[in-house]
Unconditional design. Structure first.
Length: 467
């Protein structure tokens, strides 16, 4: 009864749900009968409650475990009450091992009896409270109150998923562009094994081309915190893995091929003009190609970022500044050039004095930008994700004027987003969930769960250890 009341008070259960109890005293223990009567076509109106004694019986057989999991997948919520710490971990393991493809499970707890469950899940969240810090010490993330879980998932979790995907794809993209340009040059040089870039110039690639995307990978925000909280369905992007899948990988590979072709085949027609002006040697041509590559990588990092601040812009400026410093410090320094590579002495001075060099460094990013804009338009126009729909139709999403209270909430959320602290977290207002696409009403934690629940295989509630 206590578990039932908490389910209704947290809005995990609603009066319209068909609630079934699996218990030898208050409900049924016949899974075959329950499975026959269960309406799997309407999981949003089904709910299960199971006791620890019943769970112990069903976990002894593989057949009953599969039956229980099958029934649980046909419901929107399963509440386990009077269960031991080991049984909590068993429930998480059942979901992890019994569902294909394997889902990402998350466990939340605030006491020592929740530690096995937290450790079993892929993601464990501990709540620091009156029951001690054992849950926090064994978790991946720690929060002060349960209400902060909403912001941890919908804002910070979503932001970091998109940042990590962007950083990963960009890292492969930049390496592909560099290697493809070297491959093209190898074919043109008769497969002699001569590298396109001078070795000591090429050694700066990882440092100079990592700084821009590193800043974006730490600070990028595709939507403001307020928009992410008002549209919990945006979380689907990370749950469905839409930012790092086969389609996005093929898109990055195609983009890398196009960029490498542009960079190399814009520089090749300029070679005769460079030779006429006395800068058509191997070292000058390779340095020009490397300069164009560096400009393109920095431009691409800016293009892939959804937001810009002093860190992202500063990283790009630092990348160029470090490259200019290295060109002055190494090839322009006769003593150092004689030690490392004598043929590189004064190459940058001859390079920047040629009009064809400036044509290359201006034309390559412009052509690459044109291709990127066209590809991005096609990609987001014909295969838009949820963020695209929110971004392109802001007036159709709901209110355009906000009350003083809502403006205060938004101001605090923006301040917290900039500072990265959790001290300014505010509890979402309690209200009804608008289940229409991209509803704009405030979404409390458990009402946003109502909206996402039909998309989940199993939603398990943990931490009810006192029942």
């Amino acid at each position: 009864e206590t578990a039932r009341n908490i389910g209704f008070s947290t809005k995990v259960l609603t009066p319209s749900m068909d609630l079934r109890i699996i218990d030898e005293e208050e409900g049924t223990m016949n899974l075959d009968e329950l499975q026959r009567d269960w309406d799997f076509d309407d999981p949003g109106r089904k709910a299960l409650m199971i006791s620890g004694k019943a769970l112990q019986v069903f976990m002894e057989s593989d057949e009953t475990k599969e039956q229980l999991l099958d029934i649980a997948q046909g419901s929107s919520v399963l509440i386990a009450c009077r269960v031991s710490p080991a049984q909590k971990a068993q429930m998480v393991r059942l979901v992890r091992e019994g569902i294909s493809p394997q889902p990402v499970t998350l466990s939340v707890g605030d006491g020592a009896n929740d530690v096995p469950m937290i450790q079993e899940a892929q993601v464990g969240v501990g709540i620091a409270g009156k029951e001690g810090r054992q849950a926090v010490n064994n978790s991946d993330f720690a929060i002060a109150q349960f209400k902060y879980l909403q912001r941890l998932l919908l804002v910070h979790g979503r932001w970091n998923y998109r940042r990590a995907c962007t950083f990963t794809l960009f890292t492969f993209w930049r390496n592909m562009v560099q290697v493809l340009m070297m491959m093209y040059y190898t074919m043109m040089s008769g497969f002699s094994g001569t590298a396109l870039y001078e070795d000591w110039i090429r050694l700066s690639f990882n440092v100079l081309c990592t700084l821009p995307i590193l800043a974006a990978g730490c600070m990028d925000q595709d939507v403001p915190a307020r928009v992410a909280l008002k549209n919990p369905e945006l979380y689907e992007i990370g749950r469905q893995g839409t930012d790092l899948n086969t389609r996005k990988t093929l898109y990055s590979i195609g983009s890398a091929i196009l960029h490498s072709l542009v960079l190399f085949w814009v520089a090749i027609p300029a070679f005769p003009g460079l030779e006429i002006h006395g800068t058509g040697d191997y070292y000058s041509f390779g340095t020009i190609c490397y300069t164009c590559l560096l400009i393109d990588v920095n431009y691409r990092a800016i293009f892939c970022s959804n937001s810009h601040n002093k860190y992202t812009i500063g990283a790009v400026i630092m990348s160029f500044a470090m490259y200019i410093f290295w060109l002055v410090f190494y090839p322009m320094n006769k003593l150092l050039a004689d030690i490392l590579s004598p043929n590189m002495y004064m190459v940058p001075a001859h390079m920047v004095g040629t009009l064809y060099f400036w044509f290359c460094v201006i034309a390559t990013p412009l052509i690459a930008m044109m291709l990127d804009v066209f590809m991005s338009f096609c990609f987001h126009h014909y295969w838009p994700d949820m963020k695209d729909q929110v971004a392109v139709t802001p007036r159709d999403l709901g209110q355009t004027e906000f009350s003083e209270e809502e403006e205060s909430l938004a101001h605090n959320f923006d301040q917290e987003s900039d500072s990265g602290s959790a001290e300014g977290m505010l509890e979402s207002k309690v209200g009804s969930m608008d289940l229409t696409p991209f509803g704009q009403q405030a979404v409390p934690m458990f009402r946003f769960a109502d909206h996402l629940r039909p998309h989940f295989k199993v939603v398990a509630a943990g931490g009810f250890s006192g029942f």
